[in-house]
Design a protein around this ligand. Structure first.
Ligand code: HPA
Length: 248
């Protein structure tokens, strides 16, 4: 199948608005089942695949997502460009609620996740270069598309990937700030590294849902507020993707 783009939707994005002539693909992978069926349809005249990372009814927690199956299944369907949409908390000043950002770096604080295709017996071990964890070309395309759609998106930032599903303590976020993280999320890794192992161009579109612990005025993080902010940010995703596809 010839796919122009695949989207992995995070919290708040369980179906892709505007996809037409939709079909569904149930893919079995050597790594188990993906988070659900992959929806394939057309958008701006291009073939696009969509997969809800947490399942379409949000039943799969970040540490239980089968990242390997998801990335493998999209690659198997023909995806060579993937945009991961991720809800995040904002740490540094410009990353306030409802901001959209295309990060350019990652620090991985997750543990115990199956994070490589290379741990299968007999598979040749590849040490991928991950100095720049995201595809420069696809990042630039997302940023150009956002500008064309007149949607503000911040270029760059360091995404700190935490284990979840709980949110972080203030001390953990303070440490992440010292480490240089601008954003915190639970699902950015190992997705980006797995995409690199399969030579997929991968970029992250991060949607800021809340100030990370201790970064805003609130003493606790309110879930209804997270979802309200996420709803507003998520509405911007489809126009950016449509502009990206139309621009090619
Ligand atoms: N921390 C981690 N992941 C998140 C957050 C957060 O504050 N908000 C949305 N996803």
């Amino acid at each position: 199948m010839n796919l122009d783009l695949a989207i992995i939707g995070g919290t708040g994005l369980y179906a892709f608005p505007g996809l037409e002539n939709v079909g569904r693909e149930a893919i079995a992978t050597p790594f188990g089942a993906p988070s659900g069926e992959i929806v394939v349809g057309s958008l701006a005249g291009k073939r696009v695949a969509f997969l809800a990372r947490h399942g379409e009814t949000h039943t799969i927690a970040p540490h239980r997502v089968n990242y390997r199956a998801n990335v493998w299944a999209l690659h198997h369907l023909g995806a060579r460009r993937v945009i991961g949409v991720n809800a995040v908390g904002g740490i540094t000043q410009k990353m306030g609620p409802r901001v959209l950002a295309v990060p350019d770096q990652i620090i991985d604080y997750t543990h115990g996740r199956l994070d490589s295709f290379c741990d299968v017996e007999g598979t040749k071990v590849e040490h991928i270069d991950f100095s720049e964890p995201y595809s420069a070309g696809l990042r630039a395309e997302v940023l150009t598309a956002a500008a064309r759609a007149r949607i503000d998106v911040i270029d760059g930032g360091c995404y700190g990937a935490t284990q979840g599903p709980r949110l972080e303590t203030r001390a953990e976020i303070a440490r992440m700030r010292r480490d240089g993280c601008d954003l915190v999320g639970m699902t950015g890794m190992p997705e980006a590294a797995l995409a690199r192992e399969l030579e997929i161009d991968y970029a992250c579109l991060a949607l800021v849902a809340n100030w990370a612990a201790g970064c805003g005025d609130e003493t606790i993080i309110s879930l209804p507020e997270i979802f309200a902010n996420l709803g507003a940010a998520t509405a911007q995703v489809a126009p950016i993707v449509a502009a990206l596809l139309a621009g090619k």
